[in-house]
Structure formats: structure tokens, C-alpha cells
Design a protein around this ligand. Sequence first.
Ligand code: ATP
Ligand code: MG
Length: 419
Amino acid sequence: MSTFSAPKGTYDLLPPDSAQFLAVREALSAPLQRAGYGYAETPGFEHTKLFSRGVGESTDIVSKEMYTLTTKGGTELALRPEGTASVLRAALEANLHRGGLPVKLWYSGSYYRYERPQAGRYRHFSQVGAEALGAEDPALDAELIILAHDAYRSLGLRNFRILLNSLGDKECRPVYRAALQDYLRRLDLDDETRRRIEINPLRVLDDKREGVQRQLADAPMMRDHLCEGCKAYHEQVRELLRDAEVAFEDDLRLVRGLDYYTRTTFEFVHDGLGSQSAVGGGGRYDGLSQMLGGPELPSVGWALGVDRTVLALRAEGIALDLPRTTEVYAVPLGDQARQVLFRAVTALRREGVAADFAYGGKGLKNAMKSANRSGARFAMVLGERDLAEGIIQVKNLESGEQLPVPLDRVVAEVRAKVG
Ligand code: ATP
Ligand code: MG
């Protein structure tokens, strides 16, 4: 123990669990890399205004959850609470949209939100995200949903569901918004919710409280207000998903937290996570680029939570089949053996074989314990007598079988055994 502990709402990733985490992050991004998405990395902090404009002043993320700071030079910065605004900002700044469209990008990293910490809800968490910028094509919306679905499936997850909805566009959404406001203003609601009716009424539909939900039973629904264009678009997305055998549920109440979503909106929920059930979500955001001062750039994207995906694996009892970190473990007995064996370990590593060494002058018993703990398949044991005879004992740690191998052939032979 030190005098310090990790800040509230954060946790450390350490072996052995960190290997699972890393594998999840890789599995979530692998389908993107096979689908033409290029890697993007943006700073961990941005100008605060990017998020207040790009995520929306009325969202919980901006109004309650952002970590902000003023630099010594007086610049207002915020730790990034999400990825979309940053990635779009970066793409616009580099003029990527002047090239071929859509610009398809993926990213992965840490995000920060000042939330009430609980299982699956942290102040520092990790996401893998994808954005396809500059094309309005239902196949692109479908592609992203299919890629996330396939990523979860590649991990072996089964108990997740895809919730799907359309939020309309700049033609039909305002008409719906007004109708919804009309309805909501007549309800019995607290002051904060009343304010929300004026700023972002769709969010009220997302209120989790039962007293609010009960009053929403007869609320007008976006689906009944979709214009012909939005209706046809949504139907094509659904058709493409069905064609790809990706099951989804229509969720007419799904609005999501961010202001900038239009048309397709979706969420991935896992049924084994209690109230923090959303493992990922996203949608189309046709107006965001213009909100950031850019050109019209209809886009679609998602972000998947790595932390919650790890919890979902645990909930389903799935242990990922990870490659061994060590294949061969070297056990030297005596100083001279130590030098020879260390040379062999270095040579094996240079040949691409994962090898480790009994450091700290351990005795045979202790060193063999470390060898077993490392998960290695083979141990190379070298004592004084072996050395005099010019051989190394190569022991198969699974079968217990042991074979003497000539010193000058040991690297080649061990490499062949490991395969
Ligand atoms: P929630 O409704 O659970 O607060 P959200 O709508 O705020 O989620 P998004 O902004 O869509 O979440 O982020 C995408 C994903 O990132 C979520 O589905 C979730 O898996 C993950 N995520 C969001 N906030 C947190 C957090 N505080 N801790 C861990 N994971 C998170
Ligand atoms: Mg949230």
C-alpha cells in the first residue's frame, strides 16, 4: 500500500485482467479495420466550446459531467467526454472532407465524465468509436450497426439487443418537436423537466422515472411524424439489417442523450448489466458539422464502451481465449549457465518466440514455480553438468516430458516446437 489510491470513479488495469481489456478493445475495432475505417487519434482535451456547441448545452454531458479547466494562459479546456465532436473537428481542420467521401475513421481511448460512480459507470472510461463522414446513405448506417454487432459476436456475446429508431430530419423533426412540447406542457412535471421541454423536449421521453413515464403513455411519437424521405430511409436501413441477419427491436422512445442526432439512432443494450445496460450507441448526425462552423456533412457514427463490454463478458461467463504471453521459460542454475541461457532467450525473442527468464538467482524449485505461473509450455533448464556436456534440458511443462537438446541447436528446436 502507498499513501495514495486511485481517484474516485476510476480503476487501474493490471495483469491478468488488463489482457482481457486489451483484447476487447482490439476485437471491437477489428471489424472496422476490415471495412475501410482509418485510425484517428485526437487530444485528450479540447476547447470547452467544442463540446458545448458540438454535444449541446442542454445535455447532461455538457451541463453536469464535463471536467473543465482554465490554463495558466487563460484558455478554457475540457477533458474530452466523448469522441465524435473531436474527430469531426480534426477531420474538418485537416480538410479530409475535400477528398473522397465518406471519410471513415475509427478511434479508441479514454473519456472523462463527472458522474456518480457505480458498477459500469466511471469517471474515466474507455471507448472504441467509429465515424463515417459526408454521406447520406442508409447502407452506411446499416454498415456501422452490422460492424458493432459482428464485433460483439466475435467476442462470443449473445445477450445483447439492438434498439433502433429514427429521429427525423430538419424537415419533420421541428413539426414533431412542437407537437411534443404541446403535449408535455400539459403534464405535471418538476421545474427542471419543464425547462427541458423548452430546450430539448425529446430528452423528456428518455426520463427513467416511473412517474414521468406513466404520463407519457399517449405522447405523440416521432414515427407518426416522419416525412416520406425519412420513412423511406429508415425502411432501407431496417431492410439491410434484416438482410444481414442482424436482429433489432424498434424502440420508438429511443432518443439518446446528445442533441445532434438525426434520422437513424440506435443503442446496444446488454441484459446482464443491471441499470448500466447500454454497451454502445450511436446514430446519424447530419447537422453537427455546420454547428461546428463546417460545411454540410451528413454523417453517422457510434461509440462502444470497452469497460461495459468487459462486464458483459463477465456476465455471460465468457473468458476470452488469449494467446500465451510466455511460450518458453528459461531456468539457469549457476552463473555460467545464466549467461548462456540469457543469450538463448534473447535469440528466441529475436526469432519471434515469447520467452522469459528466471531473474534474481532463484533456486530450481522456485524457478520452476515461476515457469508454471508464467503459463509457458516449455522450460529450458541449464545446470553445470548440462553445460559441461553442451546440452540444455527442454521440458514440456504440460506433459512433464524432458529432452536434452544440443546447445547450438536449442534455439532452432525450441522455435520449431513452439510453432
Ligand atoms: P448512459 O445512458 O449509460 O449514461 P450514454 O448515453 O451517456 O450512456 P454514450 O455517450 O452514448 O453513453 O457513450 C457510448 C458508450 O460509452 C455507452 O453505451 C457506454 O457503454 C459507455 N459509457 C458512457 N458513459 C460511461 C461511463 N461513465 N462509464 C463507463 N462507460 C460509459
Ligand atoms: Mg451518460
